[in-house]
Ligand binder design. Structure first.
Ligand SMILES: *Cc1c(COP(=O)(O)O)cnc(C)c1O
Length: 456
């Protein structure tokens, strides 16, 4: 490895300074051992037969979270015979909606059967349909795109910023045309998009904003909760998410009329008064899902805070570490939900591809991944919709041709194929600080011995 770039000495100095800085600023009392990690000398990578940093096995408690309170809540619902929300106004779903709106900081919340359903409810409730376009991110769960397709609208994908993995506002603005009705920003990994710019663009062009906050419950930006900044916000409670009930979702918002319309849409078109009013699939959250959510409610804030403390510790240790940079946050980011803890792998610093690094660090007992491997802007759904009668009828030939050609998103490609290194945060970031330190310890060990990676 050549001398250019980030020398070990410089790394130790900056990481130590960062660790000390966090000790001064708060929750990192045990920061002295951060230095201890840095001073540890390792000479052989585990992947080449050396002793690993930790024994193999998951870091942190299993996810999804279960305790007796959660189990009791489900049993209680089972015995009550109230299994559907329409059986009672005092069921678990209405209770959850009320608690969740309060927790997130909106006037209203409507439960759904999934995050995808929550997003789809909003698209339909806003009257977005065939002929309309919605701009969103290519770096997301397919549910984001699927929610737009369900209403036969056109999901327009804009490229990302390479170090935040979020929609690049300039790329969003470039894709606005007379048919654009909404922007659907995705707060990837539970960290805020550049909402200041995105809201400015939306106001300027008179567009609706549907926040895909599926990964972002409780995260805050510029004094507001994610999901409360746009017209509506959507959450997922799928089993892997930071708040989980297996499959579930919610829409939040402050506009009474729009939120009523969301209720109507997710209730297969029937409004609160029982009148069958509009088009809507049946997306209702069931009472068992509501029970699991209510059962875990008391611990939600505490777990969110623990994840932030552990994530902030890692962010501080890796601050200025150009070889593996934690996801850059936009100014005004106050906290994250840390669905994943994402880092940008800089091949020049390591001298090998990401796959070799991942192999080496896994051998140290710290299993990191590369998050999604599919490139949504290159998947079969595109040819599928371009061949559909509905799309051919509602969009001009030239628009669909241009659309096909717009699926060139080089920053997204690079993130997926070369730079993303992450781990799931829902359970992992609830680990003890000692275990969390092993993550940075393993990163540092592999970095210190990166000359050995060529023989892996
Ligand atoms: C999980 C997720 C969805 C879809 O939510 P489901 O509950 O799985 O339908 C949508 N967008 C993002 C960003 C997600 O992480």
């Amino acid at each position: 490895m050549k001398k250019k770039g980030f020398s070990r000495r410089k790394f130790l100095t900056t990481a130590t300074a960062a660790t000390i800085a966090t000790a001064v600023s708060g929750p990192f009392k045990s920061s002295a051992s951060g230095i201890e990690i840095l001073n540890k000398r390792h000479d052989k990578l585990a992947v080449l037969g050396g002793a690993p940093v930790r024994a193999q096995g998951p870091i942190g408690p299993p996810w999804p979270y279960v305790d007796e309170q959660v189990v009791d809540a489900v049993v209680k619902t089972t015995r009550s015979g109230v299994w559907s929300r329409i059986q009672s106004r005092d069921g678990t779903v209405p209770a959850f909606e009320e608690s969740f709106a309060k927790l997130i900081g909106t006037k209203y919340s409507v439960g759904t059967g999934s995050g995808t359903q929550a997003l789809s409810t909003c698209v339909e409730a806003l009257g977005i349909g065939p002929g309309d376009e919605v701009i969103t991110s290519p770096y997301t769960d397919f549910g984001t795109i699927s929610s737009i397709l369900t209403s036969r609208a056109l999901p327009v994908l804009a490229d990302l910023e390479p170090d935040t993995y979020q929609l690049d506002p300039a790329e969003v603005e470039k894709r606005i045309n007379k048919n654009t009705k909404a922007i659907m920003p995705v707060h990837i990994f539970g960290a805020a998009c550049n909402m200041e710019r995105i809201m400015d663009i939306a106001r300027k062009h008179n567009l609706k904003v549907i926040e895909d906050a599926c990964q972002a419950p409780l995260a805050r930006y510029q004094g507001k909760g994610l999901g409360t900044i746009g017209d509506v916000g959507c959450f997922s409670f799928q089993a892997s998410k930071p708040i989980a009930c297996g499959e579930g979702g919610a829409v939040v918002g402050n506009d009474e009329q729009l939120m009523d319309q969301c209720y109507t849409v997710q209730n297969r078109g029937s409004n609160r008064k029982g009148s069958n009013a509009t088009i809507g699939p049946k997306y209702r959250m069931n009472e068992f899902e509501g029970a699991i959510l209510m059962g875990q409610f008391p611990g939600i804030k505490g777990r969110f805070e623990t994840r932030n403390e552990n994530a902030n510790y890692l962010r501080a240790v890796l601050k200025d570490f150009k070889a593996l940079m934690p996801q850059r946050h936009y100014p005004g980011t106050e906290s994250g939900a840390y669905y994943h803890f994402g880092m940008t792998f800089n091949r020049n610093e390591w001298g090998v591809d990401r796959s070799i690094f991942l192999k080496a660090i896994a051998a140290e007992g710290v299993s990191l991944g590369s998050y999604i491997s599919y490139q949504l802007h290159r998947e079969p759904w595109i040819d599928h919709i371009l061949g559909l009668k509905s799309y051919k009828a509602m969009y001009s030939k030239s628009r669909l041709k241009e659309y096909r050609e717009s699926m060139d998103l080089p920053n997204c490609d690079r993130i997926i194929k070369e730079t993303m290194v992450s781990f799931a945060g829902s359970g992992t970031l609830l680990a003890s600080r000692d275990e969390i330190k092993k993550i940075s310890d393993a990163i540092m060990k592999v970095y210190e011995n990166r000359n050995q990676l060529k023989s892996v």
